[in-house]
Design a protein around this ligand. Structure first.
Ligand SMILES: C[S@@+](CC[C@H](N)C(=O)[O-])C[C@H]1O[C@@H](n2cnc3c(N)ncnc32)[C@H](O)[C@@H]1O
Length: 365
């Protein structure tokens, strides 16, 4: 599987269906504004550069970027500001620009509100260096770096590394550690001395919780059970079941910390220093609404699309490419419709709480 298997639905679908992601981003804003207060912002300096790595359609981080731009503008009337949104090449960057120029985004539409702010996009993966050395003041990323640079192997009896065991788990773990080091080294090179890297990444927390596994039904076990059921019913083949795996890994806080803790690591040698790291759970907004309103059908109909927005490409990609596209679409529709039926039946068991590691690192001056 190549990185073209990773894509969020386009046309603005992503940010409408991922309110939880916005809550996470808003939380990182506290740390960014705190660090920003320590940076000298002068009118006549080079452009101040903000980069959002793995931005999707940019909708979820627009409020945060607007806050940063306002903060800089309050302190300098004329400092030019660049905002670079990065994602994979097939990301829907046109949806991003439509949101940037959409007056309905209100106070978050920073391009419409402030002068001397320059937005551009890059379709280069965060596993490569994206911008020149020593050019980024604020590097930011949310809920993106659990996607590995490649699918490192198979998982025989599950669809996600959280359900892998033995050597198969180890293969994913090794890939994740190498990938993490690559990400940090590239970002360290891009940062200006004194620049900051602020990230919120999916993780396994100190209590063993992770996305969709905070009590009740485990979301990835549910994905696996439903996909396996399609194989048992002959809708998909056993080979297709076994070929399906998320190219993802959720690290623990210790694993996130490793490259920073070793003084001789490539990351330490690049001068990147960890300042803060902790884990936090963000409650599933769809489930919260169900708890208030109590309508299982409305919950299932809102909740399953948010799961689908980021996972369908993996299930679609697991299907044999010799099947006509229409047939593959129907199978995937059936899969999510089965998930929807489960949620309608026992809504109180389902929730996709987010579990993140929040991390602030600064490049030495
Ligand atoms: C769950 S979305 C997060 C979007 C946004 N940052 C947020 O928090 O709402 C993950 C994004 O990461 C992107 N992504 C995955 N692997 C990537 C890579 N190697 N380089 C750049 N972006 C990547 C995906 O295409 C997707 O848009």
């Amino acid at each position: 599987m190549t990185d073209s298997s990773i894509a969020m639905k386009g046309g603005g679908y992503y940010s409408k269906n991922t309110q939880g992601a916005k809550h996470v981003i808003d939380r990182t804003g506290v740390h960014i504004i705190e660090e920003l207060a320590k940076i000298d912002i002068r009118d006549d300096d080079r452009p101040f550069s903000i980069v959002d790595y793995g931005a999707a359609d940019g909708g979820t981080s627009m409020g945060l970027v607007a806050r940063i731009v306002k903060e800089i503008r309050d302190r300098s009337k004329s400092r030019q500001i660049t905002v670079t949104y990065t994602d994979l090449p097939h990301n829907d960057f046109s949806a991003l620009f439509r949101l940037m120029y959409d007056p309905e985004m209100g106070k978050d539409a920073f391009l419409l509100r402030y002068d001397d702010v320059y937005v551009s996009c890059s379709g280069t993966s965060f596993y490569s260096q994206i911008v020149p050395d020593c050019s980024v003041d604020i590097g930011f990323s949310a809920t993106a770096m659990h996607w590995l640079s490649r699918l490192p192997g198979r998982i025989d009896d599950h669809v996600h590394a959280v359900g892998a065991v033995g050597n198969q788990w180890q293969t994913f773990c090794n890939q994740a550690q190498n990938d993490w080091q690559t990400i940090l080294v590239k970002r360290a090179r891009e940062l200006v001395p004194g620049g900051m890297l602020v990230m919120a990444n999916f993780c396994i927390d100190e209590s063993g919780r992770y996305l969709g596994n905070t009590g009740g039904a485990n979301m990835f076990d549910t994905f696996n059970a439903l996909w396996k059921e399609l194989a048992a019913d002959g809708v998909i083949s056993d080979a297709e079941y076994r070929a399906t795996a998320f190219p993802q890994f959720y690290k623990t806080i210790e694993q996130f910390g490793m490259p920073f803790n070793e003084p001789d690591s490539a990351v330490s040698r690049e001068g990147l220093r960890l300042k803060l790291m902790y884990t936090g759970v963000t409650k599933c907004p769809y489930r919260a609404e169900f708890d208030q309103v109590g309508d299982p059908v409305a919950f299932a109909d809102a909740y399953v699309p948010t799961l689908r927005s980021w996972s369908e490409i993996v299930f679609f990609g697991g299907l044999d490419s010799s099947r006509p596209v229409e047939q593959r679409r129907k199978i995937v529709d059936q899969f999510y419709s089965n998930y929807n039926a489960l949620v309608r039946k026992e809504p109180e068991k389902h929730a996709m709480d987010y579990v993140h590691t929040y991390l602030v690192a600064v490049k030495e001056r």
